[in-house]
Design a protein around this ligand. Structure first.
Ligand SMILES: Nc1ncnc2c1ncn2[C@@H]1O[C@H](COP(=O)(O)OP(=O)(O)O)[C@@H](O)[C@H]1O
Ligand SMILES: N[C@@H](CCC(=O)OP(=O)(O)O)C(=O)O
Length: 368
């Protein structure tokens, strides 16, 4: 890798590359990816692999009519995961390790740090972590749902320098090239705007889940932590040759020059808000006035049920999203406080050593 700043990368491989026919895994398209991983490691770049393909690999064990039901997909994933891991393991002469995650693991700070610790230990021992969503047990409430976003969360957990998303297309185009033959490849993105999102459609491969939109979401997560993000065509050997020469074979999303502080990035891009704290429209935040300035007298409402330590959304009564943050008080207590006119209670809450919201684990929301 001619990019000396790349000590550690995450590479994401979609289902279409590992189980293209949805009847078990095939190494046909994996040889160039495996070779790239080997050459990265030889040049001192640590690699984490996020691999889809368990559902597509297990599907052929089930009737054609099955597969739409979540229960069938979970069973397919359980059956296909071993085949997916074995397919990768056969391509390497070094050991690989299986890491199965749900969003519930990543949005829990203790588990997030534990995942980081395990990946560091595996990489320090030259073992290739192979990560996938734990589709076998996941539910709508627990899941990430696509491996594009999962790979960005893994890159954040791994403190990677770059995220490489292998797709079945050369990169991000100004519209879907499979629908518009005149679409133009966008080689560099410096800022991810609504216009960038507007270019992206959904998944079109028979086995894919994410589509281009989830890849842009993943890039947005990664670049805000200073992680360069590439979308490349994983079917082309020349994509990997170019990367090894320090070139961009597809679309590169440049990292923010001032990345979010790690704990704030985790709150903004990895956690899920489990409730809402509503303040009056006059309330505002600024770089100098963080969420820890919130006082009980600013509260006008609480939405949902949450416990101490959960992440909540702070928003105004008119719906403007202000921040996500860890709360130091439960929804029950805050709901009680908002319904009291007793200033003494408000003052008592505000005198306690802990602010309502944690500044360390908070992140402002970009203006929508
Ligand atoms: N603006 C766009 N640029 C490139 N591809 C796009 C765009 N909008 C939609 N797509 C579609 O997204 C597909 C890539 O996503 P996906 O179907 O999840 O495949 P994979 O899992 O291989 O990444 C492309 O094959 C293309 O059909
Ligand atoms: N966890 C799923 C992959 C979901 C997913 O994002 O698939 P893809 O869009 O092919 O990368 C599986 O292993 O089948």
């Amino acid at each position: 890798m001619n990019n000396p700043s790349w000590n550690r990368i995450v590479i994401k491989v979609g289902s279409a590359l590992i189980a293209p026919e949805r009847n078990g895994c095939s190494s046909h398209y994996l040889l160039s990816i495996a070779s790239f991983i080997v050459r990265c490691r030889q040049q001192g770049t640590q690699v984490v692999l996020v691999s889809s393909g368990s559902v597509a690999a297990g599907a052929h064990l089930f009737e054609e009519t099955q597969g739409s039901a979540i229960s069938d997909k979970k069973a397919m994933a359980a059956a296909g995961q071993t085949e997916m891991m074995a397919t990768w393991d056969r391509l390497f002469d070094f050991s690989s390790a299986q890491i199965l995650l749900t969003h519930a693991d990543l949005r829990d700070r203790e588990r997030f740090l534990s995942i980081r610790e395990t990946m560091d230990s595996l990489l320090d021992n030259d073992i290739l972590p192979i990560v996938n969503e734990n589709d076998t047990i996941t539910t709508d409430r627990l899941k990430v749902g696509d491996n594009d976003n999962l790979s960005a969360m893994v890159a954040a957990a791994a403190n990677a320098d770059a995220l490489i998303i292998c797709s079945d297309i050369d990169g991000l185009f100004d519209s879907n090239p499979q629908l518009n033959p005149d679409a133009l490849l966008i080689s560099e993105v410096n800022e991810i705007t609504e216009q960038i999102y507007a270019m992206a459609g959904g998944a079109t491969s028979a086995v894919g889940t994410g589509g281009m939109k989830t890849k842009i979401q993943a890039a947005e997560k990664a670049v805000s932590q200073g992680i360069s993000t590439y979308i490349i065509n994983g079917f082309k050997q020349e994509s990997f040759d170019a990367l090894l020469q320090g070139k961009n074979p597809g679309t590169v999303f440049h990292p923010h020059e001032t990345p979010l502080q790690e704990s704030k990035h985790w709150v903004r891009h990895t956690t899920k808000a489990l409730g809402e704290i509503v303040v009056d429209d006059e309330f505002s935040l600024s770089p100098e006035r963080g969420v820890d300035y919130l006082s009980s007298s600013d509260l006008i409402g609480v939405v949902g049920e949450f416990a101490v330590g959960d992440v909540v959304l702070l928003r105004t009564g008119s719906g403007e999203k202000l921040a996500k943050a860890k709360t130091n008080y439960s929804s029950c207590l805050l709901d009680f406080v908002t319904k009291q006119d007793d200033d003494a209670l408000n003052q008592q809450i505000d005198r306690t050593p802990k602010p309502i919201l944690s500044d360390k684990f908070s992140a402002m929301m970009e203006t929508q």
